[in-house]
Design a protein around this ligand. Sequence first.
Ligand SMILES: Nc1nc2c(ncn2[C@@H]2O[C@H](COP(=O)(O)OP(=O)(O)OP(=O)(O)O)[C@@H](O)[C@H]2O)c(=O)[nH]1
Ligand SMILES: [Mg+2]
Length: 452
Amino acid sequence: MFENLSEKLDAAIKTLAGAKRLTEENVTDALREVRRALLDADVNFQTVKSFVEDVRKKALGQKVVAGVTAGQLMVKIINDELVELMGGEHKGIEMVPAGPTIIMMVGLQGSGKTTHSAKLANHFKTKGERPMLVAADVYRPAAIDQLKRLGENLDVPVFSLPGEYPVEIAEKAIFEAKRTGRNVVIIDTAGRLTVDEEMMREVANIKKAVRPSEILFVVDAMIGQDAVTTARAFHDRLSFDGVILTKLDGDTRGGAALSIRAVVETPIKFIGTGEKMDALEAFHPERMASRILGMGDVVSLVEKAQEQFSEEQAAKLEEKLRKNQFTLEDFYQQIQTIKKMGSVRDLLGMLPGMSKQLKGVDIEEDAFKQVEAIILSMTKQERNRPEIISGSRRKRIANGSGTKAQDVNRLLRQFDQMRRTMKKLTKGNMKAALKGMEMPAMPGGGMIGRKR
Ligand SMILES: Nc1nc2c(ncn2[C@@H]2O[C@H](COP(=O)(O)OP(=O)(O)OP(=O)(O)O)[C@@H](O)[C@H]2O)c(=O)[nH]1
Ligand SMILES: [Mg+2]
Protein backbone atom coordinates (compact mmCIF):
# COMPACT_ATOMS: atom_id res chain seq x y z
CA MET A 1 0.00 0.00 0.00
CA PHE A 2 1.05 3.58 -0.57
CA GLU A 3 3.97 2.58 -2.78
CA ASN A 4 2.94 4.91 -5.54
CA LEU A 5 2.34 7.81 -3.21
CA SER A 6 5.62 7.15 -1.45
CA GLU A 7 7.52 7.15 -4.69
CA LYS A 8 5.97 10.36 -5.90
CA LEU A 9 6.47 12.19 -2.63
CA ASP A 10 10.05 11.05 -2.70
CA ALA A 11 10.41 12.49 -6.19
CA ALA A 12 8.85 15.74 -5.01
CA ILE A 13 11.35 16.03 -2.22
CA LYS A 14 14.18 15.19 -4.58
CA THR A 15 13.46 18.39 -6.47
CA LEU A 16 15.05 20.07 -3.46
CA ALA A 17 18.28 18.11 -3.76
CA GLY A 18 21.25 20.38 -3.34
CA ALA A 19 19.14 23.27 -2.10
CA LYS A 20 20.52 24.94 0.97
CA ARG A 21 17.35 26.54 2.16
CA LEU A 22 13.67 26.55 1.42
CA THR A 23 12.75 29.44 -0.81
CA GLU A 24 9.49 30.63 -2.32
CA GLU A 25 10.63 29.20 -5.61
CA ASN A 26 11.88 25.74 -4.68
CA VAL A 27 9.00 25.23 -2.25
CA THR A 28 6.52 26.02 -5.01
CA ASP A 29 8.23 23.57 -7.34
CA ALA A 30 8.28 20.81 -4.76
CA LEU A 31 4.69 21.44 -3.71
CA ARG A 32 3.48 21.18 -7.27
CA GLU A 33 4.75 17.61 -7.23
CA VAL A 34 3.36 16.93 -3.76
CA ARG A 35 -0.04 18.10 -4.93
CA ARG A 36 0.06 15.83 -7.94
CA ALA A 37 1.19 12.88 -5.80
CA LEU A 38 -1.72 13.31 -3.41
CA LEU A 39 -4.31 13.76 -6.14
CA ASP A 40 -2.98 10.66 -7.87
CA ALA A 41 -3.35 8.80 -4.61
CA ASP A 42 -7.03 9.72 -4.73
CA VAL A 43 -6.91 12.12 -1.83
CA ASN A 44 -9.89 14.42 -1.67
CA PHE A 45 -9.35 17.63 -3.67
CA GLN A 46 -10.18 20.00 -0.82
CA THR A 47 -7.96 18.06 1.52
CA VAL A 48 -5.06 18.30 -0.90
CA LYS A 49 -5.55 22.01 -1.30
CA SER A 50 -5.41 22.83 2.37
CA PHE A 51 -2.62 20.34 2.95
CA VAL A 52 -0.40 21.98 0.35
CA GLU A 53 -1.16 25.43 1.74
CA ASP A 54 -0.26 24.38 5.27
CA VAL A 55 3.01 22.86 4.11
CA ARG A 56 3.85 25.99 2.16
CA LYS A 57 3.27 28.23 5.15
CA LYS A 58 5.40 26.09 7.41
CA ALA A 59 8.16 25.66 4.86
CA LEU A 60 8.55 29.37 4.22
CA GLY A 61 8.60 30.17 7.90
CA GLN A 62 11.26 27.58 8.49
CA LYS A 63 14.47 28.49 10.24
CA VAL A 64 17.92 27.40 9.18
CA VAL A 65 19.24 24.36 10.98
CA ALA A 66 22.87 23.41 10.60
CA GLY A 67 23.52 19.98 9.21
CA VAL A 68 20.06 19.65 7.73
CA THR A 69 19.33 20.04 4.05
CA ALA A 70 16.29 21.77 2.58
CA GLY A 71 15.06 18.38 1.41
CA GLN A 72 15.31 16.89 4.86
CA LEU A 73 13.47 19.82 6.36
CA MET A 74 10.74 19.34 3.79
CA VAL A 75 10.42 15.68 4.74
CA LYS A 76 9.92 16.73 8.34
CA ILE A 77 7.31 19.33 7.47
CA ILE A 78 5.37 17.00 5.21
CA ASN A 79 5.57 14.28 7.81
CA ASP A 80 4.17 16.53 10.52
CA GLU A 81 1.36 17.64 8.25
CA LEU A 82 0.51 14.05 7.32
CA VAL A 83 0.33 13.14 10.99
CA GLU A 84 -1.92 16.11 11.61
CA LEU A 85 -4.09 15.23 8.61
CA MET A 86 -4.61 11.71 9.87
CA GLY A 87 -5.68 12.90 13.27
CA GLY A 88 -2.52 13.46 15.29
CA GLU A 89 -2.64 10.96 18.08
CA HIS A 90 -3.76 7.38 18.10
CA LYS A 91 -7.25 6.93 19.52
CA GLY A 92 -8.33 3.56 20.76
CA ILE A 93 -11.59 2.19 22.06
CA GLU A 94 -12.43 3.26 25.56
CA MET A 95 -13.73 0.59 27.83
CA VAL A 96 -16.81 1.41 29.84
CA PRO A 97 -15.92 0.48 33.42
CA ALA A 98 -19.48 -0.33 34.49
CA GLY A 99 -19.79 -2.37 31.29
CA PRO A 100 -20.56 -3.83 29.01
CA THR A 101 -18.74 -1.80 26.38
CA ILE A 102 -21.06 -1.90 23.39
CA ILE A 103 -19.63 -1.55 19.91
CA MET A 104 -21.80 -1.32 16.83
CA MET A 105 -20.34 -1.94 13.39
CA VAL A 106 -21.88 -0.08 10.45
CA GLY A 107 -20.99 0.29 6.80
CA LEU A 108 -21.77 -0.66 3.25
CA GLN A 109 -22.13 -4.22 2.03
CA GLY A 110 -18.87 -6.07 1.74
CA SER A 111 -16.89 -3.41 3.55
CA GLY A 112 -15.69 -5.94 6.11
CA LYS A 113 -18.08 -5.47 9.05
CA THR A 114 -18.46 -9.15 9.86
CA THR A 115 -14.78 -9.92 9.43
CA HIS A 116 -13.78 -6.96 11.56
CA SER A 117 -16.37 -7.69 14.23
CA ALA A 118 -14.59 -10.99 14.67
CA LYS A 119 -11.13 -9.41 14.46
CA LEU A 120 -12.14 -6.99 17.20
CA ALA A 121 -13.47 -9.83 19.34
CA ASN A 122 -10.10 -11.51 18.89
CA HIS A 123 -8.32 -8.27 19.76
CA PHE A 124 -10.26 -7.89 23.01
CA LYS A 125 -9.89 -11.52 23.89
CA THR A 126 -6.12 -11.28 23.52
CA LYS A 127 -6.21 -8.32 25.88
CA GLY A 128 -7.94 -10.47 28.48
CA GLU A 129 -11.44 -9.06 28.00
CA ARG A 130 -14.57 -11.18 27.57
CA PRO A 131 -16.15 -10.31 24.23
CA MET A 132 -19.43 -11.46 22.73
CA LEU A 133 -20.47 -11.19 19.10
CA VAL A 134 -24.00 -10.34 18.04
CA ALA A 135 -25.48 -11.30 14.68
CA ALA A 136 -27.82 -8.43 13.87
CA ASP A 137 -27.65 -8.93 10.11
CA VAL A 138 -30.79 -11.01 9.67
CA TYR A 139 -31.38 -10.59 5.98
CA ARG A 140 -28.98 -13.21 4.73
CA PRO A 141 -28.92 -16.54 6.59
CA ALA A 142 -25.34 -16.91 5.42
CA ALA A 143 -24.41 -13.77 7.34
CA ILE A 144 -25.31 -15.36 10.67
CA ASP A 145 -23.46 -18.54 9.77
CA GLN A 146 -20.42 -16.54 8.77
CA LEU A 147 -20.27 -14.82 12.16
CA LYS A 148 -20.95 -18.07 14.00
CA ARG A 149 -18.12 -19.79 12.22
CA LEU A 150 -15.70 -16.98 12.98
CA GLY A 151 -16.83 -16.92 16.64
CA GLU A 152 -16.38 -20.66 16.97
CA ASN A 153 -12.84 -20.48 15.68
CA LEU A 154 -12.03 -17.76 18.18
CA ASP A 155 -13.93 -19.43 20.97
CA VAL A 156 -16.06 -16.33 21.41
CA PRO A 157 -19.85 -16.71 21.92
CA VAL A 158 -22.07 -15.49 19.10
CA PHE A 159 -25.54 -14.31 20.01
CA SER A 160 -28.29 -14.74 17.42
CA LEU A 161 -32.08 -15.03 17.39
CA PRO A 162 -33.41 -16.28 14.07
CA GLY A 163 -36.66 -14.65 13.05
CA GLU A 164 -36.38 -11.58 15.26
CA TYR A 165 -35.71 -7.97 14.31
CA PRO A 166 -32.24 -6.47 14.66
CA VAL A 167 -33.31 -4.04 17.39
CA GLU A 168 -34.71 -6.85 19.56
CA ILE A 169 -31.68 -9.00 18.92
CA ALA A 170 -29.38 -6.20 20.02
CA GLU A 171 -31.39 -5.48 23.16
CA LYS A 172 -31.57 -9.11 24.18
CA ALA A 173 -27.88 -9.54 23.44
CA ILE A 174 -26.99 -6.85 25.96
CA PHE A 175 -29.16 -8.60 28.50
CA GLU A 176 -27.42 -11.89 27.77
CA ALA A 177 -23.98 -10.29 27.99
CA LYS A 178 -24.74 -8.92 31.43
CA ARG A 179 -26.12 -12.26 32.55
CA THR A 180 -23.08 -14.20 31.36
CA GLY A 181 -20.46 -11.66 32.39
CA ARG A 182 -19.37 -10.56 28.92
CA ASN A 183 -17.84 -7.08 29.08
CA VAL A 184 -17.53 -6.25 25.38
CA VAL A 185 -20.48 -6.65 23.03
CA ILE A 186 -19.79 -6.30 19.31
CA ILE A 187 -22.88 -5.91 17.14
CA ASP A 188 -22.50 -6.84 13.47
CA THR A 189 -25.15 -5.11 11.37
CA ALA A 190 -26.36 -5.56 7.80
CA GLY A 191 -24.94 -3.58 4.93
CA ARG A 192 -26.46 -2.39 1.67
CA LEU A 193 -24.87 -1.77 -1.66
CA THR A 194 -25.45 1.95 -1.36
CA VAL A 195 -26.49 4.24 1.41
CA ASP A 196 -30.26 3.90 1.69
CA GLU A 197 -32.88 5.15 4.06
CA GLU A 198 -33.97 1.74 5.25
CA MET A 199 -30.50 0.74 6.36
CA MET A 200 -29.94 4.08 8.04
CA ARG A 201 -33.20 3.83 9.91
CA GLU A 202 -32.36 0.38 11.14
CA VAL A 203 -28.94 1.24 12.51
CA ALA A 204 -30.30 4.46 13.96
CA ASN A 205 -32.94 2.39 15.78
CA ILE A 206 -30.36 0.00 17.17
CA LYS A 207 -28.37 3.01 18.29
CA LYS A 208 -31.38 4.40 20.11
CA ALA A 209 -32.23 1.08 21.71
CA VAL A 210 -28.84 0.02 23.06
CA ARG A 211 -26.84 3.27 23.15
CA PRO A 212 -23.53 1.85 21.95
CA SER A 213 -20.41 3.25 23.54
CA GLU A 214 -18.77 3.15 20.12
CA ILE A 215 -20.20 3.18 16.64
CA LEU A 216 -17.48 2.16 14.24
CA PHE A 217 -17.83 2.93 10.57
CA VAL A 218 -16.24 0.17 8.53
CA VAL A 219 -15.03 1.24 5.11
CA ASP A 220 -13.16 -0.46 2.32
CA ALA A 221 -10.06 1.58 1.46
CA MET A 222 -10.17 0.25 -2.09
CA ILE A 223 -13.21 2.36 -2.98
CA GLY A 224 -11.10 5.51 -2.86
CA GLN A 225 -12.98 8.80 -3.04
CA ASP A 226 -16.31 7.05 -2.48
CA ALA A 227 -15.13 6.17 1.00
CA VAL A 228 -15.26 9.83 1.86
CA THR A 229 -18.75 10.36 0.43
CA THR A 230 -20.09 7.31 2.22
CA ALA A 231 -18.43 8.29 5.47
CA ARG A 232 -20.08 11.67 5.30
CA ALA A 233 -23.53 10.14 4.72
CA PHE A 234 -23.17 7.75 7.64
CA HIS A 235 -21.75 10.42 9.87
CA ASP A 236 -24.57 12.87 9.16
CA ARG A 237 -27.05 10.27 10.23
CA LEU A 238 -25.29 8.40 13.01
CA SER A 239 -22.39 10.55 14.10
CA PHE A 240 -20.12 7.56 14.52
CA ASP A 241 -17.13 7.56 16.86
CA GLY A 242 -14.43 6.02 14.78
CA VAL A 243 -13.47 4.44 11.51
CA ILE A 244 -12.07 1.05 10.62
CA LEU A 245 -10.34 1.26 7.27
CA THR A 246 -10.24 -2.19 5.72
CA LYS A 247 -8.44 -3.92 2.89
CA LEU A 248 -5.38 -1.76 3.14
CA ASP A 249 -3.48 -4.87 2.14
CA GLY A 250 -4.99 -4.64 -1.31
CA ASP A 251 -4.15 -2.52 -4.26
CA THR A 252 -5.32 0.72 -2.68
CA ARG A 253 -3.90 4.09 -3.54
CA GLY A 254 -4.31 5.15 0.05
CA GLY A 255 -6.31 8.33 -0.54
CA ALA A 256 -9.10 7.26 1.78
CA ALA A 257 -6.75 6.91 4.70
CA LEU A 258 -5.59 10.46 4.12
CA SER A 259 -8.91 12.17 3.46
CA ILE A 260 -11.44 10.54 5.70
CA ARG A 261 -10.31 12.03 8.96
CA ALA A 262 -10.21 15.54 7.53
CA VAL A 263 -13.70 15.22 6.11
CA VAL A 264 -15.61 13.61 8.97
CA GLU A 265 -13.36 14.62 11.85
CA THR A 266 -13.52 11.29 13.57
CA PRO A 267 -10.40 9.23 14.08
CA ILE A 268 -9.43 6.14 12.18
CA LYS A 269 -9.06 3.69 15.04
CA PHE A 270 -8.07 0.49 13.30
CA ILE A 271 -6.94 -0.69 9.92
CA GLY A 272 -7.61 -4.08 8.39
CA THR A 273 -4.77 -5.57 6.42
CA GLY A 274 -6.00 -9.03 5.47
CA GLU A 275 -8.67 -11.67 5.85
CA LYS A 276 -7.08 -13.43 8.79
CA MET A 277 -8.16 -12.68 12.33
CA ASP A 278 -4.87 -11.10 13.34
CA ALA A 279 -4.80 -8.73 10.36
CA LEU A 280 -5.98 -5.83 12.48
CA GLU A 281 -3.74 -2.95 13.46
CA ALA A 282 -4.32 -0.04 15.76
CA PHE A 283 -4.04 3.06 13.60
CA HIS A 284 -1.19 5.37 14.55
CA PRO A 285 -0.97 8.53 12.44
CA GLU A 286 2.77 8.96 13.12
CA ARG A 287 3.57 5.43 12.07
CA MET A 288 1.42 5.71 8.99
CA ALA A 289 3.03 8.98 7.94
CA SER A 290 6.43 7.48 8.33
CA ARG A 291 5.34 4.47 6.30
CA ILE A 292 4.05 6.75 3.56
CA LEU A 293 7.20 8.85 3.44
CA GLY A 294 9.44 5.90 4.12
CA MET A 295 11.73 8.34 5.88
CA GLY A 296 10.83 8.24 9.53
CA ASP A 297 14.50 8.29 10.33
CA VAL A 298 15.14 11.56 8.55
CA VAL A 299 12.35 13.01 10.65
CA SER A 300 14.04 12.04 13.89
CA LEU A 301 17.36 13.29 12.58
CA VAL A 302 15.91 16.71 11.86
CA GLU A 303 14.19 16.74 15.23
CA LYS A 304 17.45 16.01 17.00
CA ALA A 305 19.32 18.61 15.00
CA GLN A 306 16.62 21.18 15.72
CA GLU A 307 16.92 20.42 19.41
CA GLN A 308 20.66 20.79 19.47
CA PHE A 309 21.55 23.61 17.17
CA SER A 310 20.24 26.95 18.13
CA GLU A 311 19.48 29.18 15.22
CA GLU A 312 22.08 31.66 16.33
CA GLN A 313 24.72 29.01 16.62
CA ALA A 314 23.84 27.72 13.20
CA ALA A 315 24.06 31.13 11.60
CA LYS A 316 27.43 31.80 13.20
CA LEU A 317 28.81 28.48 12.09
CA GLU A 318 27.58 28.98 8.61
CA GLU A 319 29.20 32.36 8.37
CA LYS A 320 32.48 30.96 9.61
CA LEU A 321 32.40 28.16 7.12
CA ARG A 322 31.61 30.52 4.34
CA LYS A 323 34.50 32.80 5.23
CA ASN A 324 36.73 29.82 5.83
CA GLN A 325 37.18 30.85 9.44
CA PHE A 326 36.24 27.52 10.92
CA THR A 327 38.81 26.77 13.64
CA LEU A 328 39.80 23.85 15.81
CA GLU A 329 37.97 25.63 18.59
CA ASP A 330 34.78 25.43 16.52
CA PHE A 331 35.59 21.87 15.64
CA TYR A 332 35.78 21.02 19.31
CA GLN A 333 32.40 22.65 19.88
CA GLN A 334 30.92 20.66 17.02
CA ILE A 335 32.19 17.43 18.52
CA GLN A 336 30.45 18.33 21.76
CA THR A 337 27.21 18.96 19.87
CA ILE A 338 27.45 15.72 17.96
CA LYS A 339 28.12 13.89 21.20
CA LYS A 340 25.00 15.43 22.70
CA MET A 341 22.97 14.21 19.75
CA GLY A 342 23.64 10.61 20.63
CA SER A 343 26.05 7.95 19.62
CA VAL A 344 27.78 8.20 16.28
CA ARG A 345 26.31 4.88 15.25
CA ASP A 346 22.78 5.99 16.07
CA LEU A 347 23.31 9.21 14.25
CA LEU A 348 24.65 7.64 11.09
CA GLY A 349 22.07 4.88 11.27
CA MET A 350 19.32 7.45 11.10
CA LEU A 351 20.24 8.48 7.61
CA PRO A 352 18.33 6.62 4.91
CA GLY A 353 20.21 3.66 3.59
CA MET A 354 22.95 3.98 6.16
CA SER A 355 21.79 1.39 8.65
CA LYS A 356 22.30 -1.30 6.04
CA GLN A 357 25.76 -0.01 5.25
CA LEU A 358 26.64 0.12 8.91
CA LYS A 359 25.87 -3.52 9.47
CA GLY A 360 28.99 -5.29 10.66
CA VAL A 361 30.95 -2.06 10.70
CA ASP A 362 32.69 -1.37 13.95
CA ILE A 363 32.29 2.21 15.01
CA GLU A 364 34.48 3.37 17.80
CA GLU A 365 32.34 5.45 20.05
CA ASP A 366 35.47 6.82 21.63
CA ALA A 367 36.77 7.99 18.30
CA PHE A 368 36.57 11.59 19.42
CA LYS A 369 38.41 11.16 22.67
CA GLN A 370 41.92 11.52 21.34
CA VAL A 371 40.94 14.39 19.09
CA GLU A 372 39.45 16.18 22.04
CA ALA A 373 42.57 15.58 24.14
CA ILE A 374 44.81 16.99 21.42
CA ILE A 375 42.69 20.07 20.90
CA LEU A 376 42.47 20.67 24.64
CA SER A 377 46.27 20.61 24.85
CA MET A 378 46.55 23.50 22.43
CA THR A 379 46.56 27.14 23.37
CA LYS A 380 43.68 29.27 22.26
CA GLN A 381 45.90 30.87 19.68
CA GLU A 382 46.87 27.50 18.27
CA ARG A 383 43.28 26.39 18.04
CA ASN A 384 42.32 29.47 16.14
CA ARG A 385 45.37 29.52 13.89
CA PRO A 386 46.61 25.94 13.50
CA GLU A 387 49.16 27.06 10.91
CA ILE A 388 51.36 28.45 13.71
CA ILE A 389 51.86 24.98 15.17
CA SER A 390 55.57 24.36 14.73
CA GLY A 391 57.64 21.31 15.54
CA SER A 392 58.19 22.28 19.16
CA ARG A 393 54.58 23.20 19.70
CA ARG A 394 53.60 19.88 18.18
CA LYS A 395 55.79 18.03 20.65
CA ARG A 396 54.31 19.94 23.58
CA ILE A 397 50.76 19.22 22.42
CA ALA A 398 51.53 15.54 21.93
CA ASN A 399 53.02 15.36 25.42
CA GLY A 400 50.09 17.18 26.92
CA SER A 401 47.55 14.90 25.31
CA GLY A 402 49.43 11.66 25.74
CA THR A 403 49.78 11.18 22.01
CA LYS A 404 52.59 11.26 19.48
CA ALA A 405 53.63 14.10 17.24
CA GLN A 406 52.36 12.09 14.24
CA ASP A 407 48.91 11.99 15.84
CA VAL A 408 48.88 15.74 16.14
CA ASN A 409 50.05 16.01 12.58
CA ARG A 410 47.36 13.70 11.35
CA LEU A 411 44.67 15.64 13.16
CA LEU A 412 45.85 18.88 11.61
CA ARG A 413 45.80 17.33 8.17
CA GLN A 414 42.39 15.86 8.73
CA PHE A 415 41.08 19.06 10.15
CA ASP A 416 41.98 20.74 6.93
CA GLN A 417 40.14 18.03 5.03
CA MET A 418 37.21 18.35 7.39
CA ARG A 419 37.05 22.05 6.80
CA ARG A 420 36.60 21.41 3.11
CA THR A 421 33.98 18.76 3.76
CA MET A 422 32.04 21.05 6.06
CA LYS A 423 32.00 23.60 3.34
CA LYS A 424 30.22 21.09 1.15
CA LEU A 425 27.79 20.41 3.94
CA THR A 426 26.69 23.99 3.99
CA LYS A 427 25.90 23.66 0.34
CA GLY A 428 23.24 21.26 1.51
CA ASN A 429 24.88 18.29 -0.08
CA MET A 430 24.28 15.50 2.39
CA LYS A 431 26.07 12.88 0.36
CA ALA A 432 29.27 14.83 0.23
CA ALA A 433 28.98 15.55 3.91
CA LEU A 434 28.50 11.91 4.73
CA LYS A 435 31.51 10.98 2.70
CA GLY A 436 33.34 13.53 4.72
CA MET A 437 32.24 11.97 7.97
CA GLU A 438 33.60 8.65 6.90
CA MET A 439 36.81 9.95 5.52
CA PRO A 440 38.84 11.53 8.25
CA ALA A 441 40.41 8.70 10.20
CA MET A 442 40.91 9.70 13.77
CA PRO A 443 44.41 9.77 15.21
CA GLY A 444 45.63 6.74 17.06
CA GLY A 445 43.78 4.33 14.84
CA GLY A 446 40.38 5.48 15.99
CA MET A 447 38.21 6.08 13.02
CA ILE A 448 34.65 7.03 12.44
CA GLY A 449 33.80 4.50 9.85
CA ARG A 450 35.27 1.24 8.82
CA LYS A 451 37.47 -0.95 10.90
CA ARG A 452 40.62 -1.90 9.18
N1 LIG B 1 -7.89 -8.57 1.80
C1 LIG B 1 -8.77 -8.26 2.76
N2 LIG B 1 -10.00 -8.77 2.67
C2 LIG B 1 -10.89 -8.44 3.62
C3 LIG B 1 -10.56 -7.55 4.68
N3 LIG B 1 -11.66 -7.42 5.44
C4 LIG B 1 -12.60 -8.16 4.89
N4 LIG B 1 -12.17 -8.80 3.80
C5 LIG B 1 -12.92 -9.69 2.89
O1 LIG B 1 -13.95 -8.94 2.31
C6 LIG B 1 -15.10 -9.72 2.13
C7 LIG B 1 -16.29 -9.04 2.79
O2 LIG B 1 -16.10 -9.01 4.18
P1 LIG B 1 -17.28 -9.10 5.22
O3 LIG B 1 -16.68 -9.02 6.57
O4 LIG B 1 -18.15 -10.26 4.96
O5 LIG B 1 -18.04 -7.76 4.88
P2 LIG B 1 -19.41 -7.21 5.47
O6 LIG B 1 -19.27 -5.77 5.63
O7 LIG B 1 -19.79 -8.00 6.67
O8 LIG B 1 -20.40 -7.54 4.27
P3 LIG B 1 -22.01 -7.63 4.34
O9 LIG B 1 -22.31 -8.44 5.56
O10 LIG B 1 -22.37 -8.32 3.09
O11 LIG B 1 -22.52 -6.25 4.41
C8 LIG B 1 -14.78 -11.06 2.71
O12 LIG B 1 -14.42 -11.93 1.69
C9 LIG B 1 -13.62 -10.80 3.62
O13 LIG B 1 -12.80 -11.92 3.77
C10 LIG B 1 -9.23 -7.01 4.72
O14 LIG B 1 -8.83 -6.21 5.59
N5 LIG B 1 -8.40 -7.39 3.72
MG1 LIG C 1 -21.48 -9.04 7.14
